[in-house]
Write a protein that binds this ligand. Sequence first.
Ligand code: SF4
Length: 208
Amino acid sequence: MYTLVYSITGEKNPDTVYVNLTNACTNSCVFCLRCQKDDVCGAEMWHDDNYTLEDIINQFKEFPSAKNVVFCGYGEPFLKKDMMKSFCEYLRKNYPDIKIRVNTNGHANAIYKTNVAEEFKTLLDEASVSLNSDNAQEYNEICNPKIENAYEEVKNFIKACSDAGIKVTASVVTGFDTSHKINEDECKKIAESLGAGFRNREFITNGY
Ligand code: SF4
């Protein structure tokens, strides 16, 4: 069975585990690890989405020390929205103290044409949304989105998370593509105007 739940520290008893729901994504970011390597700290990340909720639960149980679960991996977690919801519900029911976060490209509301943030408001503690730029042109150059009006949709999603009461952080990635000098101050201002915190995620070669 391929990797659905993994640790990025290599520890046997990590506080935080990551969930790799899919390899599909509506972006193709210049810094995406999927284009560069096949694993995150030795965990093979490619799969065909052909798994069950029980498979996730079984792999999750290999990390009994987990206090945080992060939907992340080699793809956009919300593209497996129903599976994500089922696993969140399982965690809320069986491990109510575990904090749940999603790292997302922020396209979910545009893809499903509904307020996904609202749908997940009791299931997610936190969302980290990839803002990646202070303007649409640069966003498109960095992220190569496959949806229309993606930059505005991302900003709308950040606001929707904030409005739903999910703690939200807008992120940028620096330290990878030197042809883009991300205006972090402007990105931070935009994040704050949408009710979000801001984080610069330094590019790390091992993955996240
Ligand atoms: S949003 Fe994430 S998974 Fe999708 S292409 Fe960008 S870095 Fe890769």
